[in-house]
Design a protein around this ligand. Structure first.
Ligand SMILES: Nc1nc2c(ncn2[C@@H]2O[C@H](COP(=O)(O)OP(=O)(O)OP(=O)(O)O)[C@@H](O)[C@H]2O)c(=O)[nH]1
Ligand SMILES: [Mg+2]
Length: 343
């Protein structure tokens, strides 16, 4: 499904909104016969200006409101992810405020139309129109913050990746700095940043892996996630919680990556505890397979591998030992195993 925020385009500033509305209004012309009395011409001209200005603003505000999806109506993954990235309550409130000015604008239009219709003095009519423009300006200027806020958050929401619910998703998870993004780069079209320090990946990134099976081409989604620390859920930050969200809501299979060496900077016990937590919470009673990968085999010595293996009570065939920087036989074996589990 395409990211529901994909159509959240740039919002005009309050100044732009007023500029457009007033310049359109002043360029407008009312259809009135040449021979009509002066007072009638003045009424028609000013009423038209008021109508055009208010319609322009109402249309543009409605367009803004419509291009933001209703948070409660979008799929849970997007809803939860959006609420980790921005304050969705504030977003809802902001749209509500914008919506709230529409009836006020309509009422101003109605009130002043009546006044103009009842006036017999051309100067007074022009004064009424100027009064309307003044009221519009003050209403829209009060929305300056709201409009700016929408522009501030829209980029982040639009950058949420689109998930295809029809194709299998493999979530790569583990402690920070263990080599998750390196593996995603190696086996998919996704090109997340790789750095020798933790928390390089700060959001969910999706790559694809194409598989040929029985002459059919199939796509898998390979999902890179931020590193997660072994700590209570309530203590996890919004970056870690994005990884938890992917594990919980979009994984068909999880690859859990361990770094058996000291290179990642985190000790084995913490990584093991996190692994067990993920098994307990996200394997969905075994329906979601969790594949164990020991990474950085080029750095790991025999003792480090044995130590981790013993900690997890594993046999030789229960895990894959890889170097996430090289697509060698081990990585190919891992991929084959994963593909057979999924399709
Ligand atoms: N020697 C060696 N280095 C590796 C291997 N895999 C990853 N690295 C290095 O480990 C560091 C971290 O790699 P990333 O792929 O960014 O790790 P990550 O798990 O995505 O890290 P975060 O996004 O911060 O959680 C980088 O310097 C990588 O080059 C490996 O198999 N062998
Ligand atoms: Mg990463």
């Amino acid at each position: 499904m395409i990211n529901p925020f994909a159509n959240f385009y740039r919002v005009p500033t309050s100044l732009e909104l007023l500029d457009i509305a007033f310049s359109r209004a002043m360029k407008s012309s009312a259809a009135v016969s040449k021979n009509a009395p002066k007072i009638l011409k003045a009424r028609k001209k000013e009423i038209k200006r008021i109508q055009v200005a208010i319609k322009e603003i109402i249309d543009r505000i409605l367009k803004i409101i419509k291009m933001v999806p209703i948070i409660q109506e979008i799929p849970e993954f997007y809803r939860e992810l959006a609420s980790l990235i921005v304050n969705t309550d504030e977003l809802r409130l902001t749209l509500g405020k914008l919506n709230g000015i529409l009836p006020i604008l309509s009422k101003i239009e109605k009130d002043y139309k009546t006044r103009i219709k009842n006036s017999e003095i051309p100067k007074e009519i022009a004064k009424y129109r100027r009064a309307v423009f003044g009221r519009i300006s003050s209403i829209i200027n009060k929305q300056k913050k709201s409009l700016n806020y929408l522009n501030e958050i829209r980029g982040e929401l639009r950058r949420i990746p689109s998930i295809d619910y029809e194709i299998p998703s493999i979530v790569i998870a583990g402690y920070p700095n263990v080599g998750k993004s390196s593996l995603v780069r190696l086996i998919s079209t996704g090109k997340p940043e790789v750095q020798p320090y933790p928390f390089t990946t700060k959001k969910i990134i999706i790559g694809h892996h194409i598989v040929e099976k029985n002459y059919d081409m199939m796509k898998l989604q390979i999902i890179d996630t931020p590193g997660i620390l072994d700590r209570p859920m309530s203590k996890r930050n919004k970056i870690e919680l994005q990884a938890i969200l992917a594990l919980n809501l979009i994984s068909d299979l999880i690859i859990f990556i361990f770094d058996p060496t000291p290179a990642c900077g985190y000790d084995i016990d913490c990584q093991v505890d996190l692994y067990y937590e993920i098994c307990d919470n996200f394997s969905k009673d075994g329906k979601i397979p969790i594949i164990i990968v020991f990474n950085k085999m080029d750095l790991a010595n025999e003792e480090e591998i044995q130590f981790l293996k013993n900690k997890l009570n594993l046999n030789k065939n229960d895990f894959f030992l890889i170097n996430a920087l090289i697509k060698d036989e081990n990585v190919k074996e891992l991929l084959e195993f994963v593909i057979n589990k999924l399709i």
